[in-house]
Ligand binder design. Structure first.
Ligand code: URA
Length: 265
C-alpha cells in the first residue's frame, strides 16, 4: 500500500507515530498453537430439500418467510448444506431464541462471498439492528480503519457476528443465544471457506474457541476453527479500543500477525 495512505489509516487508529518493525521481530513474538479446546464442527448432514426464498423477497417478518417456503426446523443440523440465499432466508426467519421478539431485523453478515478474511464480532448493536448490517456504527468505522491499515478494504472481507440479533440494551449474549445462533455462523464459514478468521473481542473469541480463557491470553497465538481448521487470530473489539485507545498499538500488532499468518496459509 502507498505509505502515505497507510499512514493515514494508522492515524485513524491513533498510531500516527508508529514505526514498522522488521519481519524478524514479528516472527519471533507470536506462537503457533492448536486451539486449546475443541472447535465447533460444521454440521455435515445434508439439509432436507426446501423451497428457496429468493433473497430479495425475504421479509423480516416470520409469516412472510413461511410463505416464501422457509421451514421452521429446529434440529441443530438444519443449517448444513444450504446455499447463501437459503441461509440468509433461514436467519431472517429465525425464532430460535427470545431475541427474535426484540430485534428490528436480523443482521446476517456482509462482504465478499469469496473473501479470504472473515471478521467475527459479538452481536449487532443499535445501529446494526436499525440498518441490518454488521459494524456500521463508530466501532465499525474503527474496524474499517483497522482493516485499511493492513491493506484490506471492507468490501474485500466478510464480516459477521456470533449473534445475528441485537441483545436488548447491548447486554452480553447469553450462552443459550450463542449456542442457538452459532450453527448459522458455522454454515457461513462452510460456504465462505476463509483463509483466516479474525475474532474481535472477548465474546466472539470465547464463543468461537469455546473457552473461558481471557482475551489477553488468547492473543498472539494461532488458533484453529472447526473441522477445516481455519486459522483464527484474536484481537480487541473496536468498541473497546474506542474506550481504551492505549491498546490500539496491541491491536495493530495482532493485525500484522494475522496478515503474516494469512500469507503463510
Ligand atoms: N459490535 C459487534 O460486535 N458487532 C457489530 O456488528 C457491531 C458492534
Amino acid at each position: 500500500m502507498n505509505p502515505a495512505l497507510r499512514q493515514e489509516y494508522l492515524a485513524a487508529l491513533g498510531l500516527e507515530t508508529w514505526v514498522m518493525r522488521g519481519k524478524s521481530a514479528l516472527a519471533a513474538a507470536p506462537r503457533e498453537i492448536t486451539a486449546p479446546v475443541e472447535s465447533p464442527a460444521v454440521h455435515a448432514a445434508p439439509a432436507a430439500p426446501v423451497a428457496r426464498a429468493r433473497e430479495a423477497g425475504v421479509s423480516r417478518d416470520d409469516s412472510a418467510a413461511r410463505e416464501a417456503g422457509v421451514p421452521r426446523d429446529d434440529s441443530p443440523a438444519r443449517e448444513a448444506g444450504v446455499d447463501w440465499p437459503e441461509l440468509r432466508a433461514r436467519v431472517a426467519a429465525c425464532t430460535r431464541c427470545g431475541l427474535c421478539n426484540t430485534r428490528t431485523q436480523t443482521v446476517f453478515g456482509v462482504g465478499n462471498q469469496r473473501a479470504e478474511w472473515l471478521i467475527v464480532g459479538e452481536a449487532p448493536g443499535a445501529d446494526e439492528d436499525r440498518q441490518g448490517e454488521p459494524f456500521v456504527g463508530r466501532a465499525g468505522q474503527l474496524l474499517n480503519s483497522m482493516l485499511r491499515a493492513i491493506g484490506l478494504a471492507r468490501e474485500q472481507v466478510y464480516i459477521a457476528n456470533v449473534l445475528k440479533c441485537r441483545p436488548p440494551g447491548n447486554r452480553d449474549p447469553a450462552a443459550g443465544e450463542a449456542a442457538e445462533c452459532l450453527p448459522y455462523l458455522e454454515q457461513q464459514i462452510a460456504l465462505l471457506k476463509p483463509k483466516i478468521m479474525l475474532a474481535v473481542g472477548r465474546i466472539a473469541s470465547q464463543n468461537l474457541l469455546r473457552t473461558d480463557v481471557t482475551l489477553g491470553r488468547l492473543r498472539r497465538q494461532v488458533h484453529h476453527f472447526g473441522v477445516s481448521r481455519v486459522p483464527l487470530i484474536v484481537t480487541y473489539h473496536p468498541a473497546y479500543l474506542l474506550r481504551t485507545p492505549g491498546d490500539k498499538r496491541k491491536a495493530w500488532e495482532d493485525l500484522k500477525f494475522a496478515r503474516e499468518v494469512c500469507a503463510r496459509v
